[in-house]
Design a protein around this ligand. Structure first.
Ligand code: C5P
Length: 305
């Protein structure tokens, strides 16, 4: 058995419509996912017992100290679930190399889980389970099925019921990372709290046809105008300093800006690769981010390399 390495992308939510809280503790979503070219790599190595190691990718200043190395690691949970279904021992060393911010709202943990599922399925020659990976992934986290699929897609339900969205051309992004992560459950809870405090009725479900049209046409201006995230007020309430970062991006000419998922990473859409380079340099110079990185999308989901 030879080690298997899988490369897996981060995501940004182009529209994150958050519906009412359900009885199972999740929210119904209208979630437009877009996979971008920030990649983690997970290598599955045959071993005598399960273990996980994590390192930052050479050029990425990813703070890895908060990634759990025990049973709470999403990649290891995914490997154990797959082993159980495949009827094998979960004897694998998972080597995770991270470029996706940790707890940053870019689904890094879900990406690693998706990569572990694919890498272990190949390692254990569990080909019959390949079509079941999205379903297994959904048991680990709502964003895992999308990390397997990649490109652009709309996710309904808790985000796991996916339909691919047609996309033309390439969109150029700048991401600003922030110190420390935000807990996804805490951001959803803050969203509920703010809505209740303000007596907001959520119009549900939101339309997403303008966004879908902009994606299909490859129209960055229209896409920038259509970006929307219902979790943004909650992320800003928990992390008020993000307001400055969003304002700076807008003033520096981004076509659109928003908090990525539950944050605290912020995303800025540029007109072209050159515009993204200029915007990234200006944002870095403004001193409103921990780190500024460029990426493009859409890109494929988890892939064996
Ligand atoms: O599915 P995942 O483990 O990624 O979700 C993390 C947390 O985010 C959930 O426990 C829940 O608090 C919140 N969440 C939600 N509604 C969703 C997805 C996630 O409330 N559709």
């Amino acid at each position: 058995m030879k080690p298997v390495t899988v490369r897996v992308p981060a995501k940004v939510n182009l529209q994150l419509g958050v519906g009412p809280l359900r009885d199972d503790g999740y929210h119904d979503l209208v979630n437009v996912f877009h996979a971008v070219s920030l990649f983690d790599e997970v290598t599955a190595v045959p071993a005598d017992a399960p273990s996980v190691t994590v390192e930052a990718a050479p050029d990425a200043q990813v703070a890895i100290q908060n990634v759990p190395l025990d049973g709470g690691n999403l990649a290891m949970r995914a490997a154990r679930l797959l082993a159980e279904r495949a009827g094998v021992e979960p004897n694998v060393e998972l080597r995770i190399r991270k470029a996706i911010p940790v707890a940053g709202g870019m689904a890094g943990g879900s990406a690693d889980a998706a990569a572990a599922l694919l890498a272990c399925a190949r390692l254990w020659k569990a080909d019959l389970l390949l079509p079941a990976l999205p379903e297994l992934g959904a048991e680990i986290g709502s964003d895992v099925p999308f990390a397997l699929l990649g490109e652009s897609a709309i996710g309904l339900g808790r985000g796991e019921r996916l339909t691919p969205l047609e996309t033309s051309g390439t969109f150029h992004w700048v991401f600003a990372t922030a110190d420390g992560g935000l807990s996804t459950p805490a951001v959803y809870a803050e969203c509920d709290r703010l809505r209740e405090a303000r007596g907001e009725r959520v119009p549900w479900p939101p339309a997403y046809d303008e966004l879908a049209k902009a994606l299909a046409a490859g129209d960055a201006r229209a896409l920038g105008a259509a970006l929307a995230n219902d979790l943004q007020p909650a992320a800003l309430s928990l992390r008020p300093s993000l307001r400055r970062t969003l304002d700076a991006g807008r003033e520096l000419g981004a076509l659109g800006s928003l908090v990525s998922g539950s944050g605290p990473t912020t995303a800025f859409l540029a007109e072209s690769a050159e515009h993204a380079a200029g915007l990234a340099a200006a944002l870095a110079g403004a001193g409103v981010a921990k780190q500024v990185v460029r990426a493009y999308g859409p890109v494929p989901g988890a892939t064996v390399v």
